[in-house]
Write a protein that binds this ligand. Sequence first.
Ligand SMILES: NC(=O)C1=CN([C@@H]2O[C@H](COP(=O)(O)OP(=O)(O)OC[C@H]3O[C@@H](n4cnc5c(N)ncnc54)[C@H](O)[C@@H]3O)[C@@H](O)[C@H]2O)[C@@H](O)CC1
Ligand SMILES: Nc1ncnc2c1ncn2[C@@H]1O[C@H](COP(=O)(O)OP(=O)(O)O)[C@@H](O)[C@H]1O
Ligand SMILES: [K+]
Length: 487
Amino acid sequence: MRRAHTVEQVRAAESALMARLPDGALMQRAAYGLALAVSDFLGGAYGRRVLLLVGSGDNGGDALYAGAVLARRGAGVEAWLLGDHVHEQGLAALRAAGGRVERPAARREAAAGTLLGPRPDVVVDGIVGIGGRPGLRASALEALAALRGVPVVAVDTPSGIDVDTGELPSSQQGAQRSSAQDADRHVRADLTVTFGTLKPAHLVDPAAAACGSVHLVDIGLAADLPTATIEALQPADVTALIPRPTQDAHKYTRGVVGIRAGSSSYPGAGLLSVAGAATGLAGMVRYVGDQAVADRVREAHPEVVGEGRVQAWVVGSGGGEEAGDHLRAALTDGVSTLVDADALAHLTTTDHEHAPLVLTPHAGELSAMTGAPRAEIESAPLRHARAAAERYRAVVLLKGRHTLVAHPDGRVRVTTTGTPWLATAGAGDVLGGVIGALLAAGLDAFDAASVGSWLHGAAATLASGGGPITAGDVAPAVPRVVADLLT
Ligand SMILES: NC(=O)C1=CN([C@@H]2O[C@H](COP(=O)(O)OP(=O)(O)OC[C@H]3O[C@@H](n4cnc5c(N)ncnc54)[C@H](O)[C@@H]3O)[C@@H](O)[C@H]2O)[C@@H](O)CC1
Ligand SMILES: Nc1ncnc2c1ncn2[C@@H]1O[C@H](COP(=O)(O)OP(=O)(O)O)[C@@H](O)[C@H]1O
Ligand SMILES: [K+]
């Protein structure tokens, strides 16, 4: 499991650990790990040009100490001091190692609108870390503008993002805005090197998308950290959770999933939903719906049967006008029910009393359910997914690049598998089917949604192989992903 802790949790754990360690030891661990990661990023330190952007706090201190390590290994290191203060010991260490320090350089370079000296091989963003408020000051924005195009390694977090929420600084904070940079008011990194534990912004979009790849440096914090509320499943976690048949299993002990999806207007959604369910994770699949769709389903999946008892329902994908009736019919069974697409509009905040629910909206569907504008949901998905889970007393899976699975008790799992090629019509229908099969096989709503989403993303990546896919390519790859995990 990869876990993310809030700033408050990290600060508490760090002070507990620091009380047992000599002064500065923790920063030395962080800085050394950072220096190694920068060196790996560059394919070695010797002869490389490293530019440090240094703010006034400990984040700048990390950058300065790491710069000293890199300078001793033969890198040409220059630091631009952007804050009112600077970490003095870190500065002394960099100077002693032969690094150059420029106080007003950022402004001089920015005035020229470009770099005056040779182009660095990497920028190390030590402007702010977990102590930063969202947004950046003009001096930082100007420095970044002058360095546009140079790869960036962020120290702890890309500066300017909101660490606890994963949100980006809002465009209304334009007071400190510089003409040098009109779009982003935060750093966009190629690599983010963080310490001790992940923070929410490393997993949660839109900030996670500004982190690039994330490298975690062990500074010995684990024992002092509390239980995390935000986590990302890893292959070993998924392997442990996948339901597998016992030696004496029969199809009913493995669970039966029922699909009430597709309609005469959207027959394909029924087929794709069944395809997701019929990946072998449950013992049997039933289809209930439009006769013409049912005929096509049985043509494509001869093993699928008609109405009868089920352990879980999937309702709504392409359900059209019948989606509301199907939802009511499914809920009378009192079994775990996944509610997608057209059925979401018919859901009430008391439906959780009938059955454990998994809701699978994208931002547009969640907007229709709650009245929050779509753009607002996309800029604060964590807040909105949690609020919806609480409101409907249901597990809410909010789809996106990093899909969020929110439990009404506040826990959140983030899906980090997948590929942008998965953003294709019908992919969500397949996802509903996969999760429905896991519900029928006995996983609880939170595990089924998060494991199903993980498998769906991994199957898309496998099917894609780096190239385009359609929704129909995803389900056939699910059994191979599961086999790879189990063997
Ligand atoms: N606390 C610890 O024990 C450890 C901290 N470490 C590093 O220390 C960092 C936290 O250091 P700090 O608490 O000093 O905080 P930061 O260095 O993140 O930032 C605080 C400083 O930045 C200023 N500031 C805040 N928002 C700003 C903005 N938007 N633009 C410009 N300046 C802004 C503040 O006035 C303050 O002076 C971590 O992110 C990590 O890099 C590591 O060395 C590991 C150990
Ligand atoms: N940029 C992206 N990267 C990875 N996966 C994505 C991206 N955008 C969307 N997805 C995934 O693609 C699927 C799209 O589902 P959905 O929006 O319901 O489409 P549809 O209704 O056409 O089936 C979801 O699983 C979502 O998480
Ligand atoms: K930073």
